[in-house]
Ligand binder design. Structure first.
Ligand SMILES: NC(=O)c1ccc[n+]([C@@H]2O[C@H](COP(=O)([O-])OP(=O)(O)OC[C@H]3O[C@@H](n4cnc5c(N)ncnc54)[C@H](OP(=O)(O)O)[C@@H]3O)[C@@H](O)[C@H]2O)c1
Length: 222
């Protein structure tokens, strides 16, 4: 299975790629620039060395979207609409993971404040544009610094949302491979409104306590 990361050159996509590659997945780093994607691939190879168990490639976003079986969107909220509109045909029928959070940084305000997307959440916005894709919300509450620190387990639950049960099953199977993670299916895509908003609180805690917080749901046996 090929997992493409659109914007995989950025903080969150890069860190996720490391975690997937040490577990043997085939990852395609997508970028607006193929050259930048290839440079990122070299950086990943250098960091992982012998821990690289999967295959990693770099491509422009269109090729990455075309080739991926599962496609992760790892681009800031404010650039999401034009980016996915340009990839609509390539993403038809595919599982698309939305990690986006509508932080007010998109309008130059604080990362501890949220904007309110007209569709309710970033994930719903993506689904409303990519009508023929199966959108799953995931990873919004996991900090790139935690993902990036591959020496440590990721001490977080990953809350997933989506309207397609099979797509959520596939995403759960992938993300559960990350050491330390428990994946919790939180229900339909509309729940992304709640999940995405938690991130602004976690960022506020990170600033207040100089920490890298995540979320764990307690007393839930699954
Ligand atoms: N950072 C975190 O800790 C974190 C945690 C949870 C969720 N998230 C979510 O993950 C997503 C990515 O976050 P990030 O921190 O990785 O973002 P980022 O590093 O600021 O940007 C990611 C990538 O977006 C692409 N990009 C930049 N400007 C663009 C434009 N005008 N049009 C299209 N693509 C553009 C760039 O890729 P190219 O230049 O290679 O095209 C860039 O490497 C966001 O939706 C964020 O809310 C982040």
């Amino acid at each position: 299975m090929k997992i493409s990361i659109i914007g995989g050159t950025g903080e969150q996509g890069f860190a996720l790629a490391l975690r997937l590659l040490i577990k043997g997945f085939h990852v395609i780093i997508g970028s607006r620039s193929e050259e930048k994607a290839l440079m990122t691939v070299e950086e990943i190879k250098k960091i992982l060395g012998e821990r690289l168990k999967g295959k990693v490639e770099g491509k422009n976003n269109i090729e990455a979207a075309k080739e991926g079986d599962v496609v992760v969107l790892s681009i800031p909220y404010e650039y999401t609409i034009p980016t996915i509109k340009a990839l609509k045909d390539e993403l038809k029928g595919k599982i698309v993971i939305s990690m986006g959070v509508p932080l007010a940084t998109a309008i130059g305000d604080k990362p501890t404040r949220l904007l309110y997307p007209p569709d309710g959440s970033v994930a719903e916005m993506v689904q409303n544009i990519l009508k023929e894709s199966k959108v799953v919300g995931a990873l919004q509450n996991v900090s790139n610094k935690v993902l990036r620190d591959i020496e440590k387990e990721v001490d977080c639950d990953i809350l997933i949302t989506g309207d397609d049960e099979e797509a959520k099953r596939v995403v759960k199977e992938i993300l559960e491979k990350i050491d330390g993670v428990r994946v919790i299916d939180c229900g339909d895509l509309e729940k992304s409104r709640i999940v995405e908003s938690i991130t602004a609180l976690l960022i506020a805690l990170n600033i207040k306590y100089k920490a890298e917080t995540g979320i764990r749901i307690t007393n839930l046996k699954i």
